[in-house]
Design a binder for this molecule. Structure first.
Ligand SMILES: N[C@@H](CCC(=O)N[C@@H](CS)C(=O)NCC(=O)O)C(=O)O
Length: 205
């Protein structure tokens, strides 16, 4: 598998998942800072011009959540069986993470640095910060006082959730719930994530 990624992006979700699954993979660095994600060659990999993407066998795939679910299904690990009750919960949580918890953070980032300057509306930041806190309350209820988001144990949704919580911390959005903070700390100190980060960083030099 080839993983198209850049350190400090959602690409780490895929590299982390590959490490958890014990897959061998090659990292192809797409330098966001130099605009490589909009180059013709990368647009042929992911027409969205976004990171991450993967090449598996003879096809390309984009969208971090979808890639994680696909890999889990393909290797029958870290994703509950299709059609099961646990899979229903998995799908619900994954959609919530990508469309509710992450989106306010992405709005803040887009209007701070990701959009072309003339399209940025800095005033949306306070509304997005409020939306993030609303979603965080929902997240805390979903987690309850369990170790993982699924009763069956660590899964791909824990990767997306904890990477999103770490993004929030980096974006200075407060997380005042000790159970959520302890959960994030446990997930973000997993060995597979350490290896994934080291591999991504090594690919830069
Ligand atoms: N929904 C996509 C979002 C991908 C995305 O926006 N990635 C960012 C980096 S974290 C990116 O490539 N940004 C460049 C841009 O939007 O031009 C996913 O989860 O994979």
């Amino acid at each position: 598998m080839i993983i198209y990624t850049y350190p400090g992006t959602r690409g780490i979700r895929v590299t982390w998942a590959a490490e958890e699954l014990g897959l061998s993979y090659e990292i192809k660095l797409i330098n966001l800072k130099q605009g490589e994600h909009k180059s013709a060659s990368y647009l042929s990999v992911n027409p969205e011009g976004k990171i991450p993407a993967v090449k598996i066998d003879d096809f390309h795939m984009a969208e971090s959540g979808a890639i994680l679910t696909y890999l889990g299904d393909r290797y029958a690990k870290l994703v509950p069986a299709a059609g099961s009750k646990e899979r229903a919960r998995y799908e619900q949580v994954m959609s919530f993470l990508l469309t509710e918890l992450e989106q306010p953070l992405w709005t803040i980032a887009k209007h701070k640095f990701a959009l072309p300057e003339q399209l940025r509306v800095p005033d949306v930041a306070s509304t997005a910060a409020w939306e993030f806190q609303q979603a965080l309350n929902v997240f805390a209820n979903l987690l309850g006082d369990y170790d993982y988001l699924l009763s069956s144990g660590f899964s791909m949704v824990d990767i997306v959730a904890s990477q999103t919580l770490s993004w929030a911390t980096g974006a200075k959005q407060p997380i005042n719930n000790p159970i959520v903070n302890a959960y994030a700390e446990r997930m973000l100190t997993r060995d597979a994530l350490k290896r994934a980060k080291a591999n991504e960083n090594a690919s830069i030099s």
